[in-house]
Design a binder for this molecule. Structure first.
Ligand SMILES: *Cc1c(COP(=O)(O)O)cnc(C)c1O
Length: 219
């Protein structure tokens, strides 16, 4: 689908009163030239899952000044590269990473934007913290001078039916609203992918992460 068609579907899901939803184009496994083509249509924010793959694309596309989000699981031995080369980390899920990222963020760059990933209903997945752990992690990020807490991210269980997915999205929105009472500066709830981004928007997402619907199937 074209970028314009995806944007139109987002606008319809938002409705007339809706706030502007950020579209994150998920470019994992896509070539640098595919990213360049989408950037030429006006897309600025791109999401990547694998650090090495992302760094190669960033080097090739450095002239475009794009905004890069890491959305895949983060290992501690990759914290330095992520702090040096990304604008956002959407998958923070454990205490240990906070100090590593904070120490490695270069002084010449603005603070790294951070979303805490929550394991909202997929018990089998190892990514994301439990909802009970969000408050502690958020407190640590908020105190780190080189990080800025922006909100939450989730990937509900892929097998879940429509009603279960909507329930998971609504639980995320409730967690987000509760966190915002403590941290009024947060503004981002990242949830919804190619299959369910409209549902996520109606349940309160402020950012959707769309890959295959934009770029076509991954090879
Ligand atoms: C791959 C991926 C997406 C995009 O998935 P599509 O179904 O291709 O839209 C979004 N979020 C995360 C965390 C992903 O890994």
């Amino acid at each position: 689908m074209t970028l314009e068609a995806i944007r139109a579907r987002i606008a319809t899901a938002e409705g007339p009163a809706g706030p502007a939803t950020t579209l994150l184009a998920v470019s994992k496994t896509q070539s640098a030239s595919a990213v360049r083509a989408l950037a030429a249509c006006g897309q600025r924010q791109f999401g990547e899952n694998y650090v090495q793959e992302a760094l190669a694309k960033q080097r090739e596309l450095a002239d475009l000044g794009l905004e890069w989000h890491l959305i895949g699981p983060l290992q501690s031995n990759k914290c330095r590269e992520v702090a040096q080369h990304f604008d956002w980390l959407e998958s923070l899920d454990r205490v240990k990473l906070v100090a590593l990222l904070d120490a490695a963020r270069p002084p010449a760059r603005p603070p790294l934007n951070v979303l805490i990933q929550v394991n909202i209903d997929d018990e089998a997945s190892k990514s994301g913290c439990m909802p009970e752990q969000v408050a502690e992690l958020a407190g640590l990020v908020a105190q780190a001078p080189r990080l800025v807490l922006r909100g939450l991210m989730a990937i509900p269980a892929p097998a879940a039916d429509h009603a279960r997915r909507a329930a998971a999205f609504r639980r995320m929105r409730a967690l987000f609203d509760a966190l915002r009472a403590r941290h009024p500066g947060i503004d981002t709830l990242s949830m919804g992918m190619s299959d369910d981004f409209e549902l996520a928007i109606t349940c309160g997402a402020t950012e959707v992460r769309v890959g295959s619907a934009l770029f076509g199937p991954r090879g």
